[in-house]
Design a protein around this ligand. Structure first.
Ligand SMILES: [Zn+2]
Length: 328
């Protein structure tokens, strides 16, 4: 087993120490103050009852430490953006950041929690990058199997934050149709690409080359942030796509390359979903290998005999349609 902790790889992997929790003002750039204060006030009840449900329509729960831990998760993303931006000023090939955080964030909507997510970690970091570092144009790539509806909502009318989400068609929470392209001056700066069930490695390679790359090149981001969910893996129990460890290696190395070409290598990944702990950890480890420029070990983990045929014709149709909608 290869270790990626900085104690084993001190010259290549840096672990940020003393992460500061996000300030309420940071969170308030994305979420309403009434939600933030309401959650804080619910903590004594969580302490009394052990666990409380905080999302009226879904499975999102809190314990007595949730408020504090959610501020730390968002704060970790902010600190990583700071570290990567700082490194990019002295190094044209800065390390990529990966916020290995819980709770995840991409379903949390401006007014509340949703789908295991409390605060929109990536959305908070995007606003921080703009406000503190003057990085005006932020590209967000969300390859979690579910639609990143919270991130989508937060920036729906914002032309400076381009949100691309690939997700399984018809999966939770049901949003993210191709026709949702943003509104007002943000029209065109949201790209939703629902993929048919069974889509896997070949599908995602085509999506990357034919949709994500031209979009990114046209948008010219100052930084790329990634909602890295690992629940599109073939072994994940929550959904029905067929990504493999190798798909995640491909995504990580291609996104790294894109960041190098377009924005001085500035790129931060945020952990979102992933519910099979084995495929999750193997895929995250292969993501790190891609960041470090080491060969993939996917062939040790991926068993091609468990995959079935991808619906490539339907994927190609979806790609052509989204390219048409976005004039790609
Ligand atoms: Zn997910």
């Amino acid at each position: 087993m290869m270790h990626f902790e900085s104690q084993y790889r001190s010259r290549e992997v840096y672990e940020l120490q003393n992460i500061k929790p996000a300030l309420l003002d940071d969170i308030a750039l994305v979420h309403s103050r009434s939600y933030i204060h309401g959650l804080e006030k619910a903590m004594p009840k969580a302490m009394d009852e052990g666990i409380i449900f905080i999302d009226g329509s879904g499975p999102t729960y809190a314990t007595e430490t949730t408020f504090e831990e959610s501020l730390i998760a968002a704060g970790a993303g902010i600190s990583l953006v700071d570290a990567v931006v700082e490194a990019s000023m002295v190094n044209y090939n800065p390390p990529i950041g990966f916020a290995l955080i819980r709770p995840p964030g991409h379903h949390a909507v401006p007014k509340g929690p949703m789908g295991f997510c409390v605060f929109g970690n990536i959305a908070v970091a995007a606003r921080h990058a703009q406000r503190v570092h003057g990085l005006q144009r932020v590209l967000i790539i969300d390859f979690d199997v579910h639609h990143g509806n919270g991130t989508c909502d937060a920036f729906y009318d914002d032309p400076d934050i381009f949100f691309i989400s690939t997700h399984q068609d018809g999966s939770y929470p049901g949003t993210g149709k191709m026709e949702q392209v943003g509104q007002g001056s943000g029209e065109g700066a949201t790209l939703n690409l629902p993929l048919p069930g069974g889509s896997g490695d070949s599908s995602m390679r085509s999506v990357f080359d034919e949709v994500i790359v031209p979009c990114a090149q046209r948008f010219k981001p100052d930084i790329i942030l990634v909602s890295a969910g690992y629940d599109a893996h073939a072994l994940d129990p929550l959904a029905g796509l067929q990504f493999t460890t190798g798909t995640y290696y491909m995504l990580a190395s291609n996104i790294k390359q894109l960041a190098k070409e377009l924005c001085h290598g500035r790129c931060v990944f945020f952990l979102e979903g992933g519910y099979n702990l084995e495929s999750l950890s193997n895929s995250v480890a292969d993501t790190f290998r891609a960041f470090l420029g080491e060969p993939s070990l996917a062939s040790q983990f991926d068993d091609p005999t468990m995959l079935y045929e991808e619906p490539l014709l339907r994927v190609q149709k979806a790609i052509q349609k989204v390219k048409h909608i976005h004039y790609l």
